[in-house]
Design a protein around this ligand. Structure first.
Ligand SMILES: Cc1ncc(COP(=O)(O)O)c(C=O)c1O
Length: 382
């Protein structure tokens, strides 16, 4: 059976050129970047070359890039690291109700440590209200953390406007760009971003590698302590092969791939919306080029996902990390969906290698599956 992979927001396959670039660092170039001999120097050179390459991608001239184990660690470092290092300034953090779980759970943990967190609401399409953001900033606000491209509904926030507000009020601005990096241009300088989270496995790089950009001069504490690697902010021997792969992966998605994914995304939306009592969650414009998220009334997204699975189509009902949970998605409820409608949702996320034929087939299978499921639906027969 042919496999149709439409879960690229969960993870992507490692691109062949990325694998090639990594290979020598598992064998002949295996050195520890901290060693002073030639093997160490080789590793250090590869590490710094990779760092420079990734920094260029986001115009990072006033920032350092700290390599981490992924988006989760970068977000934790950004939130907890700035919160504890700036306790003398205040105890207030602002975020949104539609963040990835790693941001939300880090915030909940910070609340237990005595910090106060404001969770901004979003509109029907998932956009933050900039007035509400500005009004929420207090004298003791340390940090604003707002996701760039939403992992569930694809909404792309206006970083420049958010950055401007944060700069005017002298609070740090952090954004989680795991889903948008290399798909949407990011300019740390123009958009006044102080801290930026990225990772590798969403862009055809290896899993377990990520980064946090930190504006020079920002007060931030490390989460773990050790040999002082990565500017003293992330101790532990660097994952040189992974980092080399990460840097190579930043070249994988080209303009033509973004155009291709946008075209297929729009085709998928058009086809699926021919189904009665189905709608698109998230916006039409300012949406990640590879993201679609639909709700189908009267059925369970989970059941629909399993019907697609049998036909070789890999889809998702929520973000990969929370899809085992029985709670309705916090993102879908934040945009105003009733719990039963949030349960009837399906996320299909495209990749650069998705094809028109795959999309046509998926639309057909979806139409049939929704029809079959509604015939046996306890929520009402259609
Ligand atoms: C928006 C967003 N932030 C953070 C993460 C976590 O990244 P990682 O899997 O690299 O820890 C993900 C991945 O699911 C994500 O989509």
């Amino acid at each position: 059976m042919k496999i149709i992979y439409l879960d690229n927001a969960a993870t992507t396959p490692v691109a062949p050129e990325v694998m090639e670039a990594m290979k020598p660092f598992f064998s002949e170039r295996f050195g520890n970047a901290s060693s002073l001999h030639f093997l160490g120097k080789q590793a250090k050179e590869a590490l710094e070359k990779s760092r420079g390459k990734i920094m260029k991608k986001v115009n990072a001239k006033e920032h350092k890039l700290v390599f981490t184990s992924g988006g989760t660690e970068s977000n934790n470092l950004a939130l907890k690291g700035t919160a504890f290092a700036n306790k003398d300034k205040g105890k207030h953090i602002i975020t949104t109700k539609i963040e990835h779980d790693c941001v939300l759970n880090a915030c909940k943990w910070l609340e237990k440590q005595g910090f106060e967190v404001t969770y901004l609401s979003v509109d029907r399409e998932g956009f933050v209200d900039l007035n509400e953001l500005e009004e929420s900033i207090r004298k003791d606000t340390i940090l604003v953390s707002i996701i760039h491209g939403n992992n569930e509904i694809g909404t792309i926030q206006d970083l420049k406007e958010i950055g401007k507000i944060c700069q005017e009020h002298e609070v740090y601005f952090h954004t989680d760009a795991c889903q948008s990096f290399t798909k949407v241009p990011i300019d740390l300088k123009k958009e006044h971003i102080d801290l930026l989270t990225i990772n590798s496995h969403k862009i055809y790089g290896p899993k377990g590698v990520g980064g946090l950009f930190i504006r020079n001069g920002i007060k931030i504490d490390p989460l773990s302590h050790g040999g002082g690697h990565e500017f003293g902010l992330r101790s532990g021997t660097e994952n040189v092969s992974g980092i080399v792969g990460f840097a190579k992966a930043t070249e994988v998605i080209k303009d033509k791939d973004i155009k291709h994914m946008t075209k297929l995304r729009n085709m998928l939306i058009k086809g699926v919306l021919e189904i009665e009592d189905a709608w698109l969650n998230g916006p039409r414009e300012k949406r990640l080029c590879n993201n679609t998220n639909f709700s189908f009334r009267y059925i369970e997204g989970e059941a629909l996902m399993l019907y697609l699975d049998v036909k070789g189509i890999a889809a998702s009902t929520g973000s990969a990390c929370s899809s085992k949970s029985l709670e309705p998605s916090h993102v879908l409820t934040a945009i105003g969906l009733k719990p039963e409608d949030a349960h009837g949702s399906l996320r299909l996320t495209l990749g650069k290698d998705s094809t028109e034929d795959e999309i046509k087939y998926t639309i057909e299978v979806l139409k049939q599956s929704v029809d079959s499921l509604r015939k046996i639906s306890p929520f009402g027969n259609k």
